[in-house]
Design a binder for this molecule. Structure first.
Ligand code: FES
Length: 186
């Protein structure tokens, strides 16, 4: 009895046009998903590294910070002045709210003075006089425990100073990516 003819190897390897289109579609979908995952990963990463302007600056433990009412501390890399008022800590953006010059602290007069057009500001950044349209801008200050939990931070609505707890081990950070505009002049 004659054996039934088996399909040839060539014939078995062939794929139809429909199958080929399905494989191509699946490959495109896979590439798209990989791209989307990559974009999602990039967006989930902080835009600026810690210690780089636009990112977060760690000032260390509370015990490292200057006592209340002592002269402001200059943080050139973070572009802010740290002041410790009776009510708590503020990080004042170093750029004048008039036309963007860098103002400085005048120890004799006990205020910030801009060398360009003479705007003046109190220790806490409140406008005193000059062409500046508002008080100094502030960055968000955060107080964290040793596990990185945020215990307190600057209220973005008011920009009020952040009181420091008695615990000398809590950490203070300044987020230069979150700026709060100064109060407009009355
Ligand atoms: S830029 Fe500071 S007063 Fe004009």
């Amino acid at each position: 009895m004659a054996e039934a003819a088996l399909p040839s190897a060539d014939k078995g390897a062939k794929i139809s046009r429909r199958e080929w289109l399905n494989y191509a579609w699946l490959a495109s979908l896979g590439i798209l998903l990989v791209d989307l995952a990559g974009i999602g990963y990039l967006f989930s990463m902080p835009r600026f590294k810690e210690g780089e302007f636009g990112g977060v600056f760690s000032l260390g433990q509370v015990s490292n910070l200057p006592p209340k009412k002592t002269p402001p501390v200059n943080f050139p890399k973070g572009r802010f002045w740290l002041v410790h008022t009776e009510q708590g800590v503020l990080a004042l953006y170093k750029v004048c709210t008039h036309l963007g010059c860098l103002y400085g602290w005048n120890d004799q007069e006990g205020k910030f003075i801009c060398p360009c057009h003479g705007s003046q500001f109190q220790y806490d950044g409140t406008y005193i006089r000059g062409p500046a349209p508002r008080s100094l801008d502030r960055f968000v200050v955060q107080v964290l425990d040793q596990d990185g939990n945020v215990l307190a931070e600057t209220d973005p609505e008011t920009g009020d100073p952040v009181p420091l707890p008695d615990d000398p081990n809590v950490i203070v950070k300044v987020d230069t990516g979150r700026k709060i505009l100064g109060e407009p002049n009355a």
